[in-house]
Design a protein around this ligand. Structure first.
Ligand code: MLY
Length: 316
């Protein structure tokens, strides 16, 4: 990296913009995890690969094409029994009955697996009492991660420590997402009006002008108090170098640069690759890491593509 930064006359994205802890997970361990595709679901998963500070998880009973990669300190993975203890619904392994499923019975009949010990989880269940001032059902204005040009009428529907689950009023749960309470993706009621931005009303909203007061009255819930929001602007600048997970092959972390910057997201360029492969990442993405993260955590790093690689047609 040192040499590469010098050659590129580039600055590394400062380390304080990221977090770093250790990884004690082992293959075959069982856990509960939030489904990144449908974030209101908690699924039963097994660790199938450990690489540096990243772990590959498999939905138990499902094909490996659905596997996901998470950081070992993810706030979205939990010890077995977490859902039961906290009154949440766990999706059990394929073909198991959600009502009668029990992890201990499962391990007895599947001795290749074992229950991951609680102390390897960064977010221990004891520290998961709510740290934010949000309350369940609080209303707010939130960016739709999947349609990031839209700021929409939304509700906090679950909380864990200092992360909150955002649901879009009138829409299916497929758009739901978890985010840190200090995220740049969420704003208080009235933010759009104050900032001259268009607010997307709930789906199926009848009437031209959406009116918050009326919506709050109708739903009977409060606007989240402004003290709940504590967004610190991100410090990414175009040209900064970093290490980023390749969205096309989640097992790979590549040498990358910030190619464009917006309020809540940054465009990532994979060095040496055509810019058609550039991808937007929300600034709170857990797939962005500082320079030297791979080396420090023992994860392979895919170097920048060279002219020679490109001539051999590896650059697409
Ligand atoms: N084109 C999409 C947009 C969906 C937006 C959903 N957000 C607001 C939660 C559609 O109409 O399905």
């Amino acid at each position: 990296w040192e040499k590469y930064l010098e050659v590129c006359h580039a600055q590394a994205a400062p380390e304080r913009l990221f977090r770093l802890v250790s990884n004690a997970f082992e293959v075959g361990w069982l856990l509960e995890a939030i489904d990144p595709i449908n974030q209101s679901l908690f699924c039963s998963m097994s660790v199938v690969c450990v690489r540096g500070h990243r772990i590959r998880l498999q939905y138990i009973g499902y094909k490996d094409c659905y596997d996901i990669w998470v950081n070992s300190d993810s706030p979205f993975i939990f010890p077995c029994g977490f859902c039961k203890r906290t009154g949440r619904q766990l999706l059990p392994p394929k073909e198991h009955d959600p009502k009668s499923f029990d992890w201990n019975n499962y391990v007895e009949s599947n001795p290749n697996f074992s229950i991951a010990p609680e102390e390897v989880f960064a977010s221990m269940p004891t520290s998961l009492s709510n740290l934010t001032k949000f309350e369940i059902k609080d209303k707010l204005e939130a960016i739709d991660r999947q349609n990031s040009e839209l700021i929409c009428v939304a509700t906090v529907i679950d909380m864990l420590g200092d992360v909150v689950l955002i649901h879009f009023d009138g829409w299916d749960s497929e758009y739901d997402y978890w985010t840190h309470a200090t995220s740049a993706l969420i704003h208080p009621v009235g933010w759009c009006e104050e900032n001259g931005r268009l607010l997307s009303p709930p789906q199926g909203y009848v009437g031209e002008n959406f009116n918050w007061e009326q919506h709050l009255n109708e739903t009977g819930f409060r606007a989240a108090p402004t003290q709940c929001f504590d967004c610190v602007p991100h410090e990414f600048v175009t040209g900064m170098k970093l290490e980023a997970v390749d969205p096309r092959n989640q097992s790979l972390v590549r040498v990358a640069s910030v190619s464009e910057v917006e309020e809540h997201r940054i465009k990532i360029h994979f060095d040496g690759w055509d810019s058609i492969y550039d991808e937007w990442f929300d600034v709170d993405s857990s797939d962005l890491h500082p320079v030297n993260w791979c080396q420090k955590t023992g994860h392979p790093l895919e170097p920048q593509l060279t002219v020679k690689d490109r001539d051999q047609n590896k650059g697409g």
